[in-house]
Ligand binder design. Structure first.
Ligand code: PMP
Length: 422
């Protein structure tokens, strides 16, 4: 296919041309949130300027049109995930709410004392805490798939954890902290063989490669719009129709009912049953535009470009003496996490110094405290790449880091030479 024209592609993202601290912006925090192309910004703006009305039940044309736009977004999402039907794609606030929905609705209706949920050591807090809450309410318990030092799941240990007590396996498709791409198809297959369901947290995958929930045979699949070049406050929960239809509502309110009396409420069919209240209509419009934009670029080109950036970043950063990369699995998304051990420079310090030079990375535990504990560290510095990042930005990150490290080394040498022994 035609290679990416990065200059033209970047021109579609106005924010990339801005400056911070009077330096050109190098935005390398795409695992936290991606920026939005004009196509998305314009679609949302057009919606607000010309089409906004509350959806459903409106007899007037404006409302009927807004309803159609909202329905169209669901069709786009179904097509994007290769879901069998749009009604299997629920709109949520994001990955976090999607997982909470399953934990609260499916979890509380199906879990019993003695049941087990299998998570992994790579999980984001949003795929841990909702399960802890469901376990507290039901008496079920959590088992954890361990990882090796490279940040890969120990699949033999996973097989040993699976048993007739396992009700659900919930793992991420890609680790946000290390970038590991997990073998989710195998994980799902083996969960099913043990009689359990599988939920995949796709927050860090969907922007980087094609997703096919039917080929994966995922029971639930969650993602967020803002990691997909779309708006915040907008997410998706895919669930198989038979499962969703058997689940009790998550929240009660308007738009999720068939009929209400003070004695009893009959709930609406899916997806409305799980979408109480006025939804984020503009968010749905923006998400549909983001999907159209991404599909226009094409995952083949996105994947090839991002893998090139990953290889370059890995090569350049690992050449910095005293820098240790965390997460060295052979199959990774374009995420590089590291710590500076010699000279020891705190990750927060690294992040702040890079910011002064216009480079945005993330530092901290990345909402993965159990993973940090497993690696015996408190935090990492993380650069994560998106389709608009360039090799020049990767070089700039590496050069700037090398400068920071060498300045720290000089400072500690000076300190050492001026210190008089007691
Ligand atoms: N899971 C993973 C793997 C993530 O990276 C994130 C976002 N950092 C989430 C879940 C939560 O997504 P959100 O904050 O959009 O709900």
């Amino acid at each position: 296919s035609v290679p990416l024209d990065l200059t033209a592609l970047r021109a579609q993202f106005p924010i990339l041309a801005t400056r911070v601290h009077d330096q050109p912006l190098a935005y390398l925090d795409n695992a936290a949130s991606t920026q939005q192309p004009l196509q998305v910004i314009q679609a949302v703006s057009d919606y607000h300027q010309q089409y906004h009305a509350n959806i459903h039940r409106g007899v007037y044309q404006l409302s009927r049109n807004a309803t159609r736009m909202h329905d169209y977004a669901r069709e786009m999402v179904a097509h994007f995930l290769h879901a069998a039907e749009p009604v299997e794609c629920l709109f949520t606030r994001g990955t976090t709410e999607s997982i909470n929905l399953v934990a609260a609705s499916w979890g509380r209706a199906n879990l019993q004392p003695g049941d087990e949920i299998i998570l992994s050591h790579l999980e984001h807090h949003s795929n841990i805490v909702p399960w802890q809450m469901a376990c507290e309410a039901t008496g079920a318990r959590i088992r954890v798939i361990p990882i090796d030092d490279a940040g890969e799941l120990d699949m033999d240990a996973y097989r040993r954890l699976l048993s007739s007590r396992t009700r659900l396996v919930a793992v991420n498709h890609v680790s946000n902290a290390l970038g590991t791409i997990n073998p989710v198809k195998t994980i799902i297959e083996e969960a099913h063989a043990a009689g359990a369901l599988a939920l995949i947290d796709g927050a860090q995958w969907v922007a980087h490669g094609a997703t096919d929930v039917q080929a994966l045979d995922a029971d639930f699949y969650a993602f967020s719009g803002h990691k997909l070049y779309g708006p915040t406050g907008m997410g998706v929960l895919y669930g198989k129709r038979s499962l969703l239809e058997a689940m009790p509502p998550y929240q009660g309110g308007g738009d999720m009912i068939e009929q209400v009396t003070f004695e009893k409420t009959a709930y609406a069919q899916i997806p409305n049953r799980f979408e109480a209240g006025t939804p984020h209509i503009a968010g749905a419009v923006g998400l549909a535009a983001a999907i159209e934009w991404l599909e226009g670029v094409g995952f083949e080109r996105i994947g090839a470009h991002e893998q090139r950036l990953l290889r370059l970043a890995t090569e350049r950063l690992s050449a910095i003496p005293g820098l240790e990369i965390k997460g060295t699995a052979p199959h990774k998304a374009a995420v590089v996490s590291w710590v500076m051990v010699d000279p020891p420079i705190g990750t927060l310090d690294i992040g702040m110094q890079l910011d002064l030079r216009g480079i945005c990375i993330r530092t901290g535990h990345h909402c993965c405290q159990p993973l940090m504990d497993r690696l015996s560290i408190a935090s990492t510095a993380r650069a994560s790449f998106g389709v608009y990042n360039t090799e020049a930005e990767v070089e700039r990150l590496a050069d700037t880091l090398a400068e920071i490290v060498s300045a720290a080394r000089d400072a500690s040498a000076r300190k050492g030479s001026t210190e008089t022994p007691p």
